[in-house]
Design a protein around this ligand. Structure first.
Ligand SMILES: Cc1ncc(COP(=O)(O)O)c(C=O)c1O
Ligand SMILES: N[C@@H](CCCC[NH3+])C(=O)O
Length: 421
């Protein structure tokens, strides 16, 4: 079931034409389908259940799309939250996701963030290095609490995909080395301020091949068995996120069912519960970015630029990772023209695509960037003082603005000019 389909009024999200949202909210605007978010989460959850994974913690990776309304849709279905900052923990809590379903990851958690996480009773703080373990123990001792920690282990497995988002090799900054994990786990078990609850791994994002995951998870299984064999208590194995999604021209990723079957095989009989941190697979294809054509600029040398009102600050994935997003006309039409699609920001990198065959456009036409629900709005900025792009959630025939576009007054009020300037 696809919730972004053409109807009589052009491309629609569920029952709401994107042209209607663009007219009422303005462009650029992110539009998300509640039904798709729910379907992606339940497909992931049901696939795990079918593969025999009992009672997993599915901690949605908040970084993919951190709007509180989106978190609430997922939280209401039982999702937990994988977070990487105090801000993300606060968002998850605001969406009603309880501390016991929150995982706190990240290589540079500060003293303040650790203290905040401990007071909210998160399910596990994923420890990424030995100095961090020491800091967590110190903060927990000061607060008089026992910190539940899991060790994020770097399995030294290459996951393929873009180098900027690979995390599972020992040259990357993430996680403690596989060789150190057992020693650190044992040390933590002897520290009265720490309660080691498990081990975790996450080898990268937009992974389209199950084999590196299988290799990493098999190593993690070995580690759990080793720890249990040493008489240590291990409750949870967190297998991270990273499952890829179809971006139209990309290699077809494994389905959640194939992923879950592989997980079921690798972890069969292991006496621990499993946790997962899926982000993109839940949110990417639940959202689009709608933008309006500002000009069509044709050079005498032949290149045609489609200048639109969205820019790299609104959707940075093409500029940052050379990512491909399918671009569709909101109103279908025939014919084909080859365009470079660019935004108004003064950087050559503000190019969404080059030499893309699209239907012919004129000023005022609307385009939709597909698969933009993950790492779209969440990575947006106000570069060039372009107001942060608004977000809309569609539910059947109705929609709500779930993040409003800031006014220029609000933007300017954040800058404080001291009286000595
Ligand atoms: C620790 C951790 N967990 C989960 C995720 C979510 O990844 P994805 O959106 O690829 O599922 C990431 C980002 O790659 C991450 O760094
Ligand atoms: N932001 C990246 C993914 C990074 C994953 C975060 N660990 C993207 O858009 O593809």
């Amino acid at each position: 079931m696809n919730h972004f389909e053409y109807g009589p009024e052009g491309l629609a999200c569920e029952g709401v034409p994107l042209a209607k949202i663009a007219a009422e909210v303005g462009t650029p605007v992110y539009v998300y389908s509640r039904a798709t978010l729910e379907r992606h989460f339940t497909v992931f959850r049901d696939a795990l259940a079918l593969a025999g994974v009992v009672d997993p913690l599915i901690a949605y990776a908040v970084k993919a799309n951190s709007n509180v309304a989106v978190l609430k849709v997922l939280g209401d279905l039982g999702a937990g939250a994988d977070t990487v900052s105090e801000g993300e923990i606060r968002r998850a809590l605001a969406a009603g996701i309880p501390g016991e379903r929150i995982v706190f990851s990240g290589v540079g958690k500060t003293r303040r963030e650790i203290a905040f996480a401990l007071t909210t009773g998160v399910a596990e703080i994923n420890v990424e290095s030995e100095p961090e373990l020491d800091l967590i123990a110190q903060v927990a001792a000061e607060l008089g609490v026992k910190a539940k920690v899991a060790f994020r282990v770097n399995p030294d497995v290459a996951a393929g995909g873009h180098a900027k988002i690979a995390t599972g090799k020992s040259e990357n900054k993430f996680g403690v080395s596989f060789a150190e994990a057992a020693r650190l786990y044992a040390n933590a078990s002897n520290n009265s301020s720490l309660e080691p609850v498990g081990v975790a791994c996450h080898i990268g994002s937009q992974i389209t091949d199950l084999e590196p995951m299988r290799a990493a998870f098999t190593k993690m299984r070995g580690l759990v068995e080793q720890l249990l064999g040493e008489g240590l208590s291990v409750e949870r194995l967190d297998l991270g996120g990273g499952l890829g999604v179809p971006y139209f021209n990309s290699p077809e990723p494994p389905s959640p069912a194939a992923f879950a079957a592989m997980v079921g095989e690798v972890t069969q009989g292991l006496p621990v519960t499993l946790a997962f941190e899926p982000g993109r697979v839940i949110a990417a294809n639940a959202g689009v970015l709608v933008s309006e054509v500002v000009h069509v600029h044709e050079r005498p040398e032949g290149r045609k630029f489609l200048v639109i009102d969205a820019a790299m600050n609104d959707l940075i994935r093409p500029a940052m990772y050379d990512a491909f997003h399918d671009i569709r006309p909101v109103i279908q039409r025939g014919g084909e023209t080859v365009y470079d699609v660019v935004g108004p920001v003064c950087e050559t990198g503000d190019t969404f695509t080059r030499d893309r065959a699209l239907p012919p456009f004129t000023t005022g036409d609307l385009v939709a960037f597909m698969s933009a629900g993950a790492y779209g709005a969440a990575m947006a900025s106000e570069y060039n003082t372009r107001p942060l792009v608004p977000e809309v959630l569609v539910d059947g025939d109705r929609y709500a603005v779930i993040r409003k576009r800031p006014t220029y007054e609000e933007i300017l009020a954040r800058d404080l000019v001291p009286d000595w300037v």
